[in-house]
Design a protein around this ligand. Structure first.
Ligand code: ADP
Ligand code: MG
Length: 687
């Protein structure tokens, strides 16, 4: 393959994302021979992907208060590059050759006004330079771009998302990246001013800037960025953001110091003799809890977890016994940007004896994918391939144990600090509820953690609290699923429960449609949807002091004669509505409303039916129309029925069905017929 061709032009790399997420997938660097002279490989200017241009524009022109973070980003990339090389070298030790001490060096040069961030990690080929530094690989950066509108917003967001490599343009007006891919000799120079695209050219001699393997990122600092030449500034930033990067971060003495320092400018790269380490470079998770400060945890959360807010819960322990491993996991406060990605993958990182292996080992089930951090195993074989990890029994055992522990810790938090736990639930509950139908083994545990909105007050309610408050003769836990809290609260299906003071859980997450089909119970009390036909609340005592309850029971004051008349009315309505409904029944629960829709016995909940019909998936069963025989509209229908006015009865039947749909937040099934019907009814009334 030739050098710097635009991403997508190379038949070998038809999906640039694949290459970017794992540069080791690319063709071996030895193939990149003969780059010079090959049309596009000799430094022709290439355009940035459109999104990159937008991002760069933001970087170049906005004034960020948090400029410091560019260093965190570049050091984190250097550290990733060292991680990748160390992992590759397990299978191919020759890649390390005699340069085995993986490290990151910061080289300020006051005279040239450059800051170089150097690593001896995996390096990049010409193709990888063009792909990785010409497009946007990370969805986090995309999310940033989507949300960033207005300068103030940028300021707040930039720290949260971590905009990666391109953040260097906040402090530099020109960037040069010299890189040598491990296993290759060829050096490539990527160069850009951040505005007019970039070039990739092979380089030799001094232009290699001393790179034998790995990458040197050279920042030509902007006029107002002098601070980043000062050792104490660099040291402060590293201590703040990058202290626990696992590789040593060295600070070289400034070459070409303004006050006439001895060191010669050519000494770049060889300055390590004078370089001193400025980070701790230890695996924080291996240290005892007592020796770690709150701030250190926070920082680890950022470097290891890749998050930029603060953890809501920190879980740190060492497992000893059948297997030995250290765990440091964090529950974020904020939703990670990829929380609702279709892949539903977690990002917890697997290390084996301090060597980073992968963040794709699915150390936690999907419904805990928001948990970030590290598991560092002493027993998993180092040379296991990433693919084999999925099936490794040791990893499977870790997965089980760690999942149990996370749920346990969450339950501990719930007991210790209800408010803090509710905040976690508020943020991640919708995800955790996926566990209710995905993790049979831990369903109970998840159900215990679950919190719900309810007709009882504004706050969150646990099932334990619900059951505790249940009147003696209530045997089921009632819930209603809907799209928004307002809508469920206004649902006619709630009327009887409200009148009787029966608490109902109000579920409004899309996932609620699914887990509720699993037929769960809690402490022997089945969960029961009020949108289902058979629900009968008449056995539960009415709320005290509620004069409404009971008195509106339609069938209570109904005599036998009325019963017969009602039966024929219902038959008449059913006849009029024909195939639009599967049945018409007298309601035991409606108090104020004339009618509502419920799912027929054995069918899905109405909410799920609606969801499925919107997605055109599955058979949708016709709803049952429940009518309130005590309502004036039904009395009017009875009059029409007895006068054998079939057209008049059909109009009222149609109106009942239409309004039942409207109460569910739907539109009438046949809008034209709806309008005509309303007009007829209104005009008849005006006569
Ligand atoms: P991210 O690190 O989230 O992938 P960045 O914008 O920070 O996003 O970096 C983009 C890509 O450039 C990285 O994924 C990596 O492939 C490549 N890259 C950046 N810096 C280096 C480096 N020092 N060594 C090797 N590859 C690098
Ligand atoms: Mg990065």
């Amino acid at each position: 393959m030739s050098g710097a061709i635009a991403a997508g032009d190379d038949p070998l790399i038809d999906d640039p994302e694949v290459t970017m997420s794992d540069p080791t997938n690319a063709a071996p660097p030895s193939d990149a021979a003969g780059v010079s002279g090959a049309g596009e490989g000799n430094g022709a200017t290439q355009a940035f992907q459109a999104e990159v241009s937008r991002l760069l524009h933001l970087m170049v022109h906005a004034v960020y208060t948090e400029k410091d973070i560019f260093l965190r980003e570049l050091i984190s990339n250097a550290s990733d590059a060292c991680d990748k090389l160390r992992y590759e070298a397990i299978a191919t030790p020759a890649l390390l050759s005699d340069d085995t001490a993986l490290q990151i060096t910061l080289e300020p040069d006051a005279e040239a006004r450059t800051l170089t961030i150097r690593d001896n990690g995996i390096g990049m080929s010409a193709q990888e330079l063009a792909d990785n530094l010409g497009t946007i690989a990370r969805s986090g950066t995309r999310a940033f771009l989507e949300q960033a509108s207005g300068a103030e917003a940028h300021k707040a967001l930039i720290g949260q998302f971590g905009v990666g490599f391109y953040s260097a343009f906040m402090v530099a007006d020109r960037l040069e990246v010299v890189s040598v891919k491990a296993g290759s000799d060829e050096a490539q120079l990527w160069s850009s001013d951040g505005a007019n695209g970039f070039t990739v050219t092979p380089v030799e001699g001094d232009a290699r800037r001393g790179v034998k393997r790995g990458t040197a990122v050279v920042l030509h600092l902007k006029d107002d960025a002098d601070a980043f030449l000062e050792p104490h500034t660099l040291e402060r930033i590293v201590r703040t953001y990058s202290d626990h990067i696992l590789f040593p971060v060295l600070l070289a003495a400034s070459t070409g110091d303004a006050d006439g320092d001895e060191a010669a400018p050519e000494a770049r790269g060889e300055a390590n003799g004078e370089a001193r380490q400025i980070n701790t470079a230890s695996a924080l998770w291996q240290r005892a809890k007592a020796d770690i400060t709150e701030d250190e945890y926070k920082e680890a959360y950022r470097t290891v977890g890749g998050m930029f807010d603060e953890p809501a819960l920190t879980i740190h322990y060492k497992a000893e016994g059948r297997q030995e491993y250290a765990v440091m996991l964090f529950v974020p406060k904020m939703r990670p940007f990829d929380l609702f990605d279709a892949e539903r993958k977690g990002r917890a990182k697997l290390y084996v004896r301090r060597v980073f292996i992968t963040d794709d080992a699915q150390l936690l089930p999907s419904y805990l994918r928001f948990v970030r951090g590290v598991v560092d195993s002493e027993d998993v074989p180092l040379n296991i391939s990433r693919e084999m990890l999925q099936n490794n029994p040791l990893v499977a055992q870790i997965r089980r144990a760690v999942t149990g522990r996370v749920l346990n810790e969450l339950s501990g938090l719930a007991k210790r600090d209800a408010e803090a736990f509710e905040a976690v639930w508020d943020t991640f509950g919708a995800v955790m509820k996926e566990g209710l139908y995905e993790d049979f083994e831990r369903r109970e545990d998840v159900l215990k953690l679950a919190r719900f909105r309810s007709t009882q007050g504004e706050g969150w309610r646990s099932l334990a609290a619900y059951v505790e408050a249940m009147p003696e003769n209530q045997t089921e836990i009632y819930y209603l699923v809907g799209e928004t809290l307002e809508r469920v609260k206004a649902s006619p299906q709630l009327e009887a429960a409200k009148a009787r003071g029966v608490e109902v859980l109000l579920l409004t997450d899309p996932v609620d449609h699914f887990w509720t089909t699993a037929g769960l119970d809690f402490e022997g009390k089945p969960l029961r949807s009020l949108a289902q036909r058979e629900v009968d609340l008449s056995g539960i005592a009415a709320a005290q002091g509620d004069d409404k309850a009971g008195s509106d029971e339609p069938e209570k004051d109904a005599s036998a004669k009325d019963d017969a008349a009602n039966a024929t009315l219902i038959a008449g309505l059913k006849n009029a509505l024909d195939t639009a409904v599967s049945d018409v029944v007298a309601s035991k629960r409606l108090v104020d409303s004339a009618a509502c829709l419920v799912a027929p016995a054995g069918a899905h909940d109405r909410g799920l039916e609606k969801l499925l019909s919107r997605q055109e998936r599955g058979e949708v069963s016709k709803p049952v129309l429940e009518v309130n025989l005590g309502h004036a509209l039904l009395k009017a229908a009875q009059a029409k029925h007895q006068a054998e006015d079939a057209a008049g009865l059909a109009d009222i039947a149609g109106l009942l069905l239409d309004q039942a749909y409207v109460l569910e937040g739907e539109v009438p099934q046949d809008p034209a017929a709806f309008s005509a019907r309303i007009n007829r009814l209104v005009l008849a009334g005006l006569k």
